[in-house]
Write a protein that binds this ligand. Structure first.
Ligand code: SF4
Ligand code: ZN
Length: 311
């Protein structure tokens, strides 16, 4: 008869009894390094297949900031690449021009792209908008993430078009997605709340996919750690200004006390999406009179923002 498990015994893998490296509270499983790596790789592949994110002939621009999420995304897509017919990857990094932060992460992005043998391209705010983020934000630092988020999305689209990509892949993880759901509720932004979670074409005709959207942040970081690819990089100096910072700490507290909160939040979003159609909520699509991009009004968000920053 085997020895009875004591509460002080180190946790073991639910599948093979090897020492566990991950306790997945929401699935009530502990996993060893091999089963944890397999689990992440398998789930990401399943999400891509289930939501038909990648098709034969696609050229995917992988948004590579150099941080953990985008690094894991590039590794995972490169790993699965041979399974897709005639699909290629190219890494695209946006240089916003953030002093003391971006230069080091760009170097990290270059090294990762080189390691996995993927071509790398950099697109900068300076080239696209004639100024870097630090200059654009002078005197309005509290708006940093709003300004940065809008311009970075545009820069990524332009960077992807430049390398003739057919799709953009971003490294948003489950925490990012759950935070966005809550932020859109708090802002009362229904169109954004019900935007398609699988393949998003709302801001341009270039579809955006999020293959890590069902993987918690902790597991993305652990995946890199177990693979020996985890890097400690500087954090963006504007990070604390965002509404997202408050939502992030609130949600991580809730998830800790009630495991599965983030997954249930995403489920609620899916249910709402079923009843509300994005096209009906957002209204008819127009073209921006300044740049021609798809938008819901007269001017797109980017052109409106650039006008207000110039004032
Ligand atoms: Fe941009 Fe805000 Fe992210 Fe910094 S924290 S890179 S300002 S969105
Ligand atoms: Zn515009």
């Amino acid at each position: 008869m085997g020895r009875k498990k004591s509460p002080v015994d180190p946790p073991v893998c639910s599948l093979c009894e090897a020492p566990a490296v991950m306790n997945q509270q929401y699935s009530r499983r502990s996993l060893c390094s091999t089963h944890f790596i397999n689990d992440v790789e398998e789930r990401v592949f399943q999400v891509i297949e289930k939501k038909k994110m990648i098709r034969a002939g696609d050229r995917i621009a992988v948004a590579l900031s150099g941080g953990k999420d985008s690094t894991a995304l590039l590794l995972l897509l490169a790993l699965h690449l041979p399974k897709w017919q005639d699909v290629s990857l190219i890494a695209v990094t946006v240089d916003e021009g953030i002093h003391g932060y971006r230069d080091e992460t760009i170097r990290a992005a270059e090294r990762v792209a080189e390691n996995v043998g993927v071509e790398h391209s950099v697109v900068s705010f300076q080239d696209l908008f004639s100024d870097n983020l630090d200059t654009l934000l002078k005197g309005r630092e509290e708006q940093a993430c709003t300004v940065c988020g809008i311009l970075r999305k545009k820069a990524l689209i332009e960077g992807a078009k430049k390398v003739r990509a057919t799709k953009i892949a971003t490294g948003h993880n489950l925490n990012d997605e759950a935070q966005s759901v809550l932020m859109n509720v708090l802002r009362g932004d229904l169109p954004r709340l019900v935007r398609n979670s699988g393949i998003d074409t709302a801001d341009s005709f270039l579809p955006r996919i999020k293959p890590l959207a069902e993987i918690p942040e902790k597991e993305v970081a652990s995946y890199l750690f177990v693979k020996g690819m985890f890097l400690l990089l500087p954090e963006c100096p504007y990070r604390g200004f965002a509404l997202r910072a408050d939502v992030r700490s609130m949600l991580s507290g809730l998830e800790h006390r009630n495991p599965g909160t983030m997954l249930r939040l995403m489920e609620s979003r899916k249910k709402i999406e079923k009843y509300l159609e994005w096209e009906k909520v957002s209204g008819p699509l127009h073209r921006c009179r300044q740049c021609g991009d798809p938008c819901s009004g007269d001017l797109c968000q980017v052109c409106r923002l650039l006008l207000s920053l110039a004032r």
